[in-house]
Write a protein that binds this ligand. Structure first.
Ligand SMILES: Cc1cc2nc3c(=O)[nH]c(=O)nc-3n(C[C@H](O)[C@H](O)[C@H](O)COP(=O)(O)OP(=O)(O)OC[C@H]3O[C@@H](n4cnc5c(N)ncnc54)[C@H](O)[C@@H]3O)c2cc1C
Length: 452
C-alpha cells in the first residue's frame, strides 16, 4: 500500500497533523480546497487561517485547561503553538496572535518542508484505500458532507451545533436542587435520579423571562443561515413566542416533587442532565441560546441552585459540521467503518482553534506511527489531549453529543484534594501536574518506539 499520508483540509488541525507526520518521516499531501473553493468565513488561501477572533485563550498552564493544552502542544514541538508564540501580541494572560503573519508563517513552513506537498482542490469523496486524515472543519464542503453522511447515516453528521450551557457539578447548590427524573421514570435508581431539578416560584419565573427577553444576543455571521428547527429553538426565541412557552416546554414543572420542600409545587423547573460519564459536568436541558456570554452568566445564575454556578462552557448555536464521534470514531480517531480514514479537528466535535490543532497533532502522530509500523499507546486520559479524545470518542453521551472545549470537568477527579471553590487552586494544579507527567511519558514512549 502507498505509504503517503493524505490530509484533507489545511486548517488548524490539518496543518498540525501534516507537520507532526512529516517530522516523523512520512510523506504528506495536504489537499486544501481554498482558494479554488471558498467558505463564507475564510478570507485568504493561507493554511491555518484564523476565521474569527485572534485569541488562543488563556496561556496559564497551571490553572487553566486550555493553557495546559498549549503546554502539551509546545512539548510536542507543535507547529501551531510555535507560530502563535512567534507572532504573539500583548494580551495579559491570554495568548493573542497577529493573524496574517501567523497563517503566512504556517503556510511557508509547510510548503518548504521536504516531505510535504500542498495540492489545491476539493476532495468530495471518502477514499477506498490509502492513509487519510479528514480535517475539513466546521465548514466542510457540501459535497464531502454528503459523502460522509452516506457513510455514517445522515443523523450522525450535524451541520449546526445547538449547545446548551454546561455547569460544573461541584458548583451546583444541592441544598436547593434535587435529583429526580420526571415521573421517576427508569428501571434503576440511577435512571430515576438522572436529572437535577431547580425549582422556580412564579415571581422567579417572571423575572427570568424578563431577563431572557432583555439580554443581549449574538447575530449569525453573514452567510451563515440560521438553522433553527423547532426541536432546537434558542430559549430566548421560545420566550419571545409567549411568556408561558418555556413553562410548557423545557421548564415544565410536571412529574416532579421538590425533595427539600415536598409541600411546595414549583411554578417552573429547570432541569440539568449529566453530560459525561465521570458525572463532573451537567448541561441545562433545552437551554441552547444565542445570548452573549456575559448575559448568559447573569441570566443563568438567576436560576435557584445555580447562583454560584461555574460554567465549563456557555451555550451557542453556530454553523458547525461535526460527527457523532462517540459512535463513529475509535480512541485513535479512526472511523470504525473505514479504519484507514481518520478525522481530526473541529469536525470531530471539539471546538476552538487550540482544541482543533491538538486533535490534528495526535491524529498526525497516530497516522504516521501506523504507516511506519511503530506501536503507539493510546493518549493517557489524564492529559488535556487524552481528556478531550476520551470525551469525544466515548466519555460523552452519544445521544446528546455537542461540540466541547477543553475544561477540567473532563478530567478524572483527583483523590485527596479538597472539593468546592476553596480547593480549586490546588485541584487545578494537581490536574496540570498529573497531566504534564503523563504527557511527557507518552511522548517519551513514542521516541523509544521510533528508535527501536
Ligand atoms: C464563523 C466562525 C467563527 C469562528 N470563530 C472562532 C473563534 O473566534 N475562536 C475559535 O477558537 N474558533 C472559532 N471558530 C471555530 C474554528 O473554525 C475552529 O476552531 C478551527 O478553525 C477549526 O480548525 P479545523 O482545522 O478543524 O478547521 P478549519 O480551520 O476550518 O480548516 C478546515 C480546512 O478544510 C478546508 N476544506 C473544507 N472542506 C474541504 C474539502 N472537501 N476538500 C478540501 N479542503 C476542504 C477548508 O477550506 C479549511 O481550510 C469559528 C468557526 C466559524 C465557522
Amino acid at each position: 500500500m502507498d505509504k503517503t499520508l493524505h490530509i484533507v483540509g489545511g486548517g488548524m488541525a490539518g496543518s498540525e497533523a501534516a507537520w507532526q507526520a512529516a517530522n516523523m518521516g512520512v510523506d504528506v499531501v495536504i489537499h486544501e480546497m481554498r482558494p479554488k473553493v471558498g467558505t463564507f468565513a475564510h478570507q485568504t488561501g493561507n493554511l491555518a487561517e484564523m476565521v474569527c477572533s485572534n485569541s488562543f485563550r488563556s496561556d496559564d498552564d497551571e490553572q487553566n485547561a486550555v493553557g495546559l493544552l498549549h503546554w502539551e502542544m509546545r512539548a510536542a514541538n507543535g507547529l501551531i503553538m510555535g507560530a502563535a508564540d512567534r507572532h504573539r501580541l500583548p494580551a495579559g494572560g491570554a495568548l493573542a496572535v497577529d493573524r496574517d503573519p501567523f497563517s503566512e508563517h504556517v503556510t511557508e513552513v509547510l510548503r518548504a518542508h521536504p516531505r510535504i506537498r500542498v495540492e489545491e482542490g476539493e476532495v468530495s469523496a471518502l477514499p477506498d484505500d490509502g492513509h487519510w486524515i479528514f480535517a475539513t472543519g466546521p465548514l466542510t464542503s457540501t459535497a464531502l458532507g454528503q459523502a460522509i453522511q452516506a457513510e455514517t447515516g445522515a443523523e450522525r453528521l450535524a451541520f449546526f451545533d445547538a449547545i446548551a450551557p454546561i455547569v460544573y457539578a461541584e458548583s451546583i447548590d444541592m441544598d436547593v436542587v434535587w435529583a429526580q427524573s420526571r415521573y421517576d421514570k427508569g428501571e434503576t435508581e440511577a435512571e430515576q435520579k438522572a436529572y437535577l431539578n431547580c425549582p422556580m416560584t412564579k415571581d422567579q419565573y417572571e423575572a427570568f423571562i424578563d431577563a431572557l427577553l432583555a439580554a443581549e444576543k449574538t447575530e449569525f455571521h453573514e452567510g451563515e443561515t440560521a438553522g433553527y428547527f423547532d426541536g432546537c429553538l434558542p430559549i430566548e426565541v421560545m420566550a419571545e413566542r409567549g411568556r408561558e412557552t418555556l413553562r410548557h416546554g423545557p421548564m415544565k414543572p410536571v412529574g416532579l416533587t421538590n425533595a427539600h420542600k415536598p409541600e411546595e409545587k414549583p411554578y417552573a423547573v429547570v432541569q440539568l442532565r449529566r453530560d459525561n460519564a465521570l458525572g463532573t459536568l451537567f448541561n441545562i436541558v433545552g437551554f441552547q441560546t444565542k445570548m452573549k456570554y456575559g448575559a448568559q452568566t447573569e441570566v443563568f445564575r438567576m436560576i435557584p441552585g445555580l447562583e454560584n454556578a461555574s460554567f465549563a462552557r456557555l451555550g451557542g448555536i453556530h454553523r458547525n459540521t461535526f460527527l457523532n464521534s462517540p459512535t463513529l470514531l475509535d480512541d485513535r480517531m479512526r472511523l470504525r467503518s473505514r479504519p484507514h480514514v481518520r478525522f481530526a479537528g473541529q469536525v470531530t466535535g471539539v471546538e476552538g482553534y487550540v482544541e482543533s490543532a491538538a486533535m490534528g497533532l495526535v491524529a498526525g502522530r497516530f497516522a504516521a506511527a501506523e504507516i511506519l509500523g511503530q506501536p503507539l499507546a493510546p493518549v493517557p486520559q489524564d492529559t488535556a489531549m487524552g481528556a478531550l479524545i476520551h470525551h469525544i470518542t466515548g466519555g460523552a453521551e452519544a445521544k446528546t453529543f455537542q461540540p466541547m472545549n477543553v475544561n477540567f470537568g473532563l478530567f478524572r477527579p483527583l483523590e485527596d484534594v479538597r472539593g468546592g471553590r476553596r480547593g480549586r487552586k490546588d485541584r487545578y494544579k494537581g490536574y496540570t501536574d498529573r497531566a504534564k507527567e503523563a504527557w511527557q511519558g507518552w511522548l517519551a514512549g513514542q521516541e523509544t518506539a521510533a528508535l527501536a
